[in-house]
Design a protein around this ligand. Structure first.
Ligand SMILES: Cc1cc2nc3c(=O)[nH]c(=O)nc-3n(C[C@H](O)[C@H](O)[C@H](O)COP(=O)(O)OP(=O)(O)OC[C@H]3O[C@@H](n4cnc5c(N)ncnc54)[C@H](O)[C@@H]3O)c2cc1C
Length: 368
């Protein structure tokens, strides 16, 4: 089948890129699994915060908010950051950084922190910061909205492709899959943790992507505890977090264990660390874990996403390295991919916030 753009990977990155590219030409999104949200996209903590990551990530996050707001994908949550007496300097650093955040980010008294999150242990933390504007995201709704728009614009999602393999041809790229062969002048590599593997198979220089496993669990809160209205509780140095999730508590030890790209599974040790950290910081007791899982957050060396044409492979575009912010940056990332892959300038709103193509370009990464 001949088309204009082939996207490898149907997670949030491939879906948003495909949806935006479909405004410029014919698009086919190829997903190895039966379900496009099976890997990292379906395993996130679903938090939107403008107070996370470096300048580039913050620009991509802020530029994504109008899309989320227009579709009603955000719901009030807030975050309370806590620090122990030993973490005094970390609280000060966060507050100094926070001066540049558009969202409110301010130190609150211990009494106020305990009012917001009554399950915090009074003798565990010394100081707290409140970020009231962080929100929950409807990840499934966002992903489906991208895929729906892709279809409405004439694009196609092909699932159960097995490992799609891209090969260079005289005129562009041919991608082999279990569902047939696809040809296009442009291929977009949005394969999540497998992005370097996809490049390698295509004979394209890799970007040093490191998938890092992160574990999460859900457990029952005490019957009389009104879980729903709590903000997220987050250690100031991100060594654990917890938040309400459909009447239960979702918690993570915020682990970052380097991994091969794979169907990540929760490790018993990380689950035990999670339980220990939650029980030390709060009065919660984890009696019954209802669900445990892990997902791969994939980073390059500077922890900034990679978007742009491979310097050694005309027509091969990267859309990778979304790390721990791939959902909340997805609308803006999709627009950047579509602009660059169709030969246009960066979207005006992103350029006005100081984003340049060089901030995201694969050229900045020196790998073999
Ligand atoms: C525990 C946890 C908490 C997180 N919390 C947040 C959060 O609060 N907020 C936030 O914004 N982000 C969060 N993230 C990060 C976010 O989930 C990721 O950045 C995002 O899902 C990455 O999307 P993706 O499409 O790149 O990857 P994926 O969803 O993994 O999609 C890649 C797809 O490519 C497919 N694929 C791979 N190779 C091939 C091939 N050769 N052929 C065909 N298909 C292929 C795979 O099957 C996969 O479906 C969290 C992640 C984890 C694990």
């Amino acid at each position: 089948m001949d088309t204009d753009f082939i996207v490898i990977g149907g997670g949030i990155a491939g879906a948003s890129a495909g949806c935006e590219l479909a405004a410029h030409g014919r698009v086919v999104v190829l997903e190895r699994e039966d379900a496009p949200g099976y890997h990292t996209t379906g395993r996130s903590a679903a938090l939107y915060t403008e107070n996370y990551g470096n300048r580039v990530i913050r620009v991509l996050t802020i530029a994504s908010k109008p899309f989320f707001d227009a579709h009603g994908f955000l719901a009030a949550r807030g975050v309370v950051f806590v620090g122990t007496a030993e973490q005094d300097a970390a609280i000060d650093r966060a507050l100094a950084d926070g001066k540049s955040f558009p969202q409110t980010f301010e130190e609150i008294s211990k009494a106020e922190a305990l009012r917001l999150l009554p399950i915090l242990r009074d003798d565990y933390f010394a100081r707290a910061i409140h970020e009231p504007d962080a929100t929950d995201m409807d990840v499934h709704g966002i992903h489906q909205a991208f895929l729906r728009t892709l279809r409405e614009r004439g694009g196609q999602l092909v699932t159960a492709t097995g490992d799609a393999v891209a090969n260079r041809t005289a005129t562009g790229w041919e991608v082999e899959t279990r569902q047939g062969r696809f040809r296009a002048p442009v291929v977009v590599n949005a394969a999540g943790a497998w992005a370097d593997a996809v490049a390698k198979a295509a004979g394209v220089r890799t970007i040093g992507l490191v998938p890092k496993r992160r574990t999460a669990i859900t457990f029952d809160a005490p019957a009389e505890t009104p879980v729903h209205g709590w903000p997220m509780g987050l250690d100031i140095e991100e060594t654990f977090y917890f938040k309400p999730e459909a009447g239960r508590v979702l918690a993570s030890p915020a682990d970052e264990t380097p991994s091969e790209p794979c169907d990540a599974q929760a490790d018993e040790y990380d689950v035990a660390v999670c339980v220990d950290r939650i029980e030390r910081a709060t009065t919660l007791q984890v009696r019954r874990i209802t669900h445990r899982w892990a997902g791969l957050r994939s980073f390059v060396a500077d922890k900034t996403p990679v978007v742009g044409e491979a310097p050694d492979a005309p027509g091969f575009f990267w859309c990778a390295g979304q790390g721990g912010y791939g959902i909340m940056t997805s609308p803006a990332m999709g627009r950047v991919v579509a602009a660059l892959a169709s030969g246009a300038a960066l979207p005006a709103d992103l350029a006005a916030m100081g984003l340049t193509a060089g901030d995201l370009a694969p050229q900045r990464l020196q790998t073999a």
